[in-house]
Design a protein around this ligand. Structure first.
Ligand code: ADP
Length: 284
């Protein structure tokens, strides 16, 4: 995934055929509104065609509350990354609907979707995705430029983020001069600089040692508690998931339960229960 996570990833096949002018477009079924920052209804995603088709998501309905950290967990191959990418408008669902607040992502064209990602969403990836030739500060500020706003930098907000994330001494350095943990903190600051409605994090601690990972998770937690941020995070690590307010479990592309106020033990036991029936653990 390149640094510009706002790129369009929609395959041509996802673009609806033009509707003849006199035929009214079908009215989509109503989707209940609520306090969700992001939600999806009957989401399906199939990769490939015919015999090669793989159903990664098979009818997922789930809502993610504002101001909370939610982890998506499940065995390897259960559809976690696919769900995150579809919710974030990085990948197009085969069918179903995704809403960010009241905006239906699945009804937007590529240009509108790109703008929405830049202006209303933040991303943190396993591999940091910082631009190596820019300083940490330039990396953090990049989304403001991409969002097409007059680069009126909110210096107070920048200073608050840099302070919360403990990276003030590193802002003039390039990513190559920073440790993995420091790079991921810079990436978190970059994700938060536009004050996005939702931050999507895909295995944010996957490339970090356990201490740096714990720090990064504590910072994501702080962003939720102190800044009111909404975070949706994919992880396969029960310890990471225990930093969340809620864990949503996936199995075979379907919702398979959830754990409120998770602990590593309750998450492990829920995962174990998922894998037990078939006896073929996914080895997430
Ligand atoms: P998880 O994140 O839980 O490991 P994924 O969302 O990556 O699961 O994948 C779900 C299923 O979709 C798996 O069977 C995987 O092999 C398949 N899949 C994911 N991406 C692709 C792709 N680009 N092309 C074909 N199959 C894919």
């Amino acid at each position: 995934m390149p640094i510009d996570a706002t790129r369009s990833a929609r395959p041509d096949s996802a673009v609806a055929a033009p509707t003849p002018s006199r035929v009214p477009p079908p009215v989509p079924p109503p989707v209940p509104r609520g306090g969700a920052a992001v939600r999806c209804a009957d989401l399906h995603k199939t990769y490939g065609r015919a015999e090669a088709a793989v159903a990664a998501l098979s009818g997922v309905d789930v809502a993610f509350d504002r101001g909370r950290l939610t982890a998506i967990m499940g065995p390897s191959g259960s559809g976690k990354s696919t769900l995150l990418h579809c919710l974030a408008g990085l990948d197009a669902a085969t069918s179903g609907r995704v809403f960010l607040g009241d905006t239906e992502l699945t009804a937007l064209d590529d240009t509108a979707l790109t703008l929405l990602r830049r202006r209303r969403l933040g991303f943190v990836f396993q591999s940091f995705n910082l631009l190596p030739m820019l300083t940490a500060e330039q990396n953090v500020l990049l989304p403001l430029e991409l969002a097409g706003r007059r680069p009126r930098i909110d210096r107070e907000w920048l200073a608050a983020l840099v302070d919360v994330l403990g990276i003030e001494a590193r802002m003039g350095h390039r990513p190559g001069e920073l440790s993995g943990g420091q790079q991921q903190r810079v990436a978190i600051a970059r994700a938060l600089i536009t004050r996005p409605e939702v931050v999507f994090a895909d295995e944010p601690t996957g490339n970090l040692d356990s201490r740096s990972g714990a720090e990064v998770l504590a910072l994501l937690r702080r962003s939720v508690r102190e800044l009111g941020q909404t975070v949706v995070m994919v992880t396969h690590d029960p310890v990471a998931a225990a930093h969340a307010d809620r864990v949503v479990l996936l199995a075979d592309g379907r919702l398979a339960g959830e754990v409120d106020r998770p602990t590593p033990e309750s998450v492990l036991s829920a995962l174990g229960a998922l894998e037990a029936p078939s006896g073929t653990g996914g080895g997430a």
